[in-house]
Ligand binder design. Structure first.
Ligand code: TRP
Length: 339
């Protein structure tokens, strides 16, 4: 119950991902793996942001399955509900409540400037709903409810975090200090994993070319095949450098998994060809992901255990977040809730 233990005063980290389908090697190395390592040093609050997911239309059965699978997979990756809170956002009603309140402290102009809103409304032109527009104020609610000191975010979410800070500062200024103003957390390690087919682009499950991305739960033979087909160059040397995006990406992945430096990798593959190198990267990835896949299989078969984990975390998250919500409502002038 780390977050409620105020005697220790560890810094609070909040992060969330959407349960919107396949989790890729890019999501894992870029974000999730860093979360795992933070759990001892910080009070971590992690959520599956399913309320955010419905800003894009979901098929109900698939959505339910994606959410449960994402929960099981993150447990399999090493999120530990004894150390951290790890819950499903829609189970903790304070998120939706604070989001509404923060909507009233967020300007139309600010939300209109969000690049993700512009991108997503271009992509989903037939469903530019208000939720898509107000997405960042729900994110602000997620973060501010837990008085988070730091938020690990990728480049695509930086603008949203900036806005969360602005909203927090605005509210604190209008009333009195209420919210901790969150800082971005920049991890020491972690790779920006690029597409195996077009290494100028970030690895993404929405890539039409399935050989461009690897899912954490991919079968070993698929992982091997995808790495063997990875784009390199005609230079033939396993060396990090400009104009070698494909090789750089593979070196980044290998380094992230094995902890080896670029110099060590260059020495290891000196005189060898891309074929050997790609196989070695694939094998390292497979060896790393195999225990995760095995744990996932075990967790997803045990619905009762999953329910026990997310229920316990949601109850704790509700208790913590309600303290902030009540404070906020009191300052605004609502009659205190009778229950
Ligand atoms: N919007 C984030 C994403 O899609 C997920 C998210 C929701 C989040 N709430 C958050 C991330 C709060 C950081 C903090 O990646």
């Amino acid at each position: 119950m780390p977050v409620t233990n105020e005697t220790e005063k560890k810094k609070v980290i909040f992060s969330a991902i959407q349960p919107s389908g396949t989790i890729t090697l890019g999501n894992y190395l870029g974000a999730l793996r860093n979360w795992i390592g933070l759990q001892d040093e910080y009070d971590c609050v992690f959520a599956l942001a399913d309320l955010h997911t419905i800003t894009v239309r979901q098929e109900p059965a698939k959505f339910r399955q994606n959410t449960l699978e994402a929960y099981a997979l993150l447990l399999a990756c090493g999120i530990d509900v004894e150390k951290s809170l790890f819950f499903i956002q829609s189970h903790v009603h304070t998120h939706a409540e604070l989001a509404w309140i923060l909507n009233c402290y967020t300007q139309f102009g600010e939300l209109s400037r969000m690049t993700q809103f512009k991108d997503k409304s271009a992509k989903h032109a037939d469903n530019i709903n208000v939720g898509l527009f107000a997405y960042p104020s729900l994110m602000a609610a997620d973060i501010l409810l837990y008085q988070a000191d730091m938020v690990p975010v990728g480049a695509d979410q930086k603008q949203h975090l900036e806005l969360s800070r602005d909203i927090a500062q605005r509210f604190n200024g209008l009333y009195s200090p209420t919210f901790t103003v969150p800082e971005p957390y920049i991890p020491q390690t972690g790779a920006r994993v690029m597409s195996l087919q077009d290494p100028a682009k970030k690895m993404s499950k929405s890539d039409e070319n399935v050989n461009g991305w690897v899912a954490v739960l991919d079968k070993p033979e698929d992982i091997l095949r995808k790495f063997k087909r990875a784009v390199t160059d005609s230079d033939g040397r396993i060396a990090y450098g400009p104009g070698k995006d494909g090789v750089n990406n593979l070196m980044g992945i290998y380094s992230c998994i094995t902890g080896k430096t670029n110099a060590q990798i260059e020495a290891e593959f000196d005189g060898k060809g891309y074929g050997d190198f790609k196989t070695a990267v694939a094998e390292a990835v497979i060896a790393h992901l195999t225990p995760i896949r095995e744990k996932f299989t075990q967790y997803i078969a045990d619905k009762a255990y999953l329910e026990q984990c997310y229920t316990k975390s949601a109850q704790q998250a509700l208790a913590v977040s309600n303290r902030t919500l009540r404070k906020v409502m009191k300052k605004i002038g609502f009659i205190p809730k009778p229950f």
